[in-house]
Design a protein. Structure first.
Length: 255
């Protein structure tokens, strides 16, 4: 499953890079105004019209303004899930990267998030973004943190690591499947303040039990240090084989 997940995240991160560049070139989407309001309206209309669109295939979206607002909504995974369930029924989580056989609108799709608040926090991330050359490196690092339940390092991670996390969130149902596969829990991200919610209880579909993320650095310091030491050794080997690759990264001191 690991290799498949890496390939999936590589594809999603590549597509998100293109979306970021589009928004940088159309920076009116980063501020309150008619451009953003129009994009939000188009997104809501698009979601409400999904039952009338073709099904049994991936959801095809060619309008980057719709994708931009959809992305912002998905950053708040908890709210996006509730909004989807309210509009399309329980367990119906709309995902652009997954084929949906049947979509039935039970009530009007109405986002419960403040897109303006999300953008206020997220705008600087978009403005500073530059295309990532070594996506494989950061995907490996991201999946390694998930496997080791090292959520503190994930939350404090460098900007490129967070980018992979955001690309993952933009595929909400796949994101849940991967979270439950790796850690048996779903991580909730608050896009207004950048914090991970580590006290949510969710039913583990794989084990059928209720689990809780522990608020004590998520793992013991000894285990975290061992994981980081092993990872550092691995990446030192990898980086010596990458000509011109130098990001000054130290797994033992993530900032």
């Amino acid at each position: 499953m690991g290799n498949n997940n890496s390939a999936f995240l590589l594809e999603q991160a590549t597509e998100l890079s293109k979306l970021y560049l589009f928004v940088q070139q159309n920076n009116e989407l980063l501020f309150k105004g008619p451009k953003l309001e129009s994009a939000i309206t188009k997104y809501i209309n698009f979601m409400n019209d999904l039952p009338n669109s073709s099904q049994n295939s991936l959801i095809n979206v060619t309008d980057n303004e719709i994708l931009w607002v959809w992305y912002l909504h998905c950053l708040d995974h908890e709210s996006y899930t509730k909004d989807c369930f309210a509009a399309f029924g329980n367990k119906k989580l709309i995902d652009k990267s997954k084929i949906h056989s049947t979509i039935i609108l039970l009530s009007s799709f109405t986002p419960s998030v403040s897109f303006e608040d999300i953008i206020k926090y997220h705008a600087q991330f978009i403005i500073k973004f530059k295309p990532i050359v070594n996506l494989h490196f950061f995907i490996f690092q991201y999946l390694n943190f998930l496997r080791n339940n090292d959520f503190d390092s994930l939350q404090k991670g460098i900007i490129n690591l967070k980018f992979i996390f955001f690309a993952h969130l933009f595929c909400p149902s796949i994101y849940e499947e991967h979270c439950e596969h790796y850690i048996g829990k779903i991580l909730y991200y608050n896009p207004v303040n950048g914090k991970l919610n580590c006290e949510k209880k969710v039913k583990n579909k794989l084990r059928g039990v209720i689990t809780t993320l522990e608020p004590q650095m998520y793992q013991s310091k000894i285990k975290s240090q061992n994981n980081q030491a092993n990872y550092k050794m691995y990446m030192n080997q990898q980086m010596t084989n990458r000509a011109g690759f130098n990001i000054g990264f130290n797994p033992g001191n993530i900032s």
